[in-house]
Design a protein around this ligand. Structure first.
Ligand code: 5U9
Length: 130
């Protein structure tokens, strides 16, 4: 229905805005683009389901998210990948783990604060009805 498309359009506009605010932060620069195997040669041997903020922006534009819940699944993946690839005690691993946790917390905090729960449920209902 037309109103369903209007709802999903509003979701895409909101999710782009959330992603843009996150991607502005310098501390999240390691998560902004897909890892370059030239720079991190063993990354794709360790991480089987890579995810990054620019891939998420592409997924929004390809209409691959039908609710904030779907969007947060990929945010969780960015974070879990970073914790998996950077497990060591050394300061550089610790810092990237901290930033990955801050990214997740920022995404959840923005959505909890700015997403109307009825709107989210309407999005979920549209997805399940399709
Ligand atoms: C995206 C991601 O999680 C990533 C990119 S580079 C990296 N880790 C390092 O470069 C070193 C810090 N200890 C290894 N992690």
């Amino acid at each position: 229905r037309e109103s369903e498309e209007a709802t999903l359009r509003e979701l895409r506009i909101f999710l782009r805005e959330v992603l843009s605010r996150i991607a502005l932060e310098r501390k999240f620069r390691n998560f902004a683009k897909a890892v370059d195997p030239e720079e991190v040669p063993d990354y794709f041997a360790v991480i089987k389901n890579p995810m990054d903020l620019s891939t998420m922006m592409n997924k929004i534009n390809m209409h691959e998210y039908t609710s904030a819940k779907d969007f947060l699944v990929d945010i969780d993946l960015i974070t879990s990948n970073a914790l998996e690839y950077n497990p060591d005690q050394d300061p550089s691993d610790r810092q990237i783990r901290n930033y990955a946790c801050e990214l997740k917390d920022m995404a959840y905090a923005i959505i909890d604060a700015e997403m109307d729960s009825d709107f989210e449920q309407t999005c979920v209902d549209i997805a399940t009805s399709r």
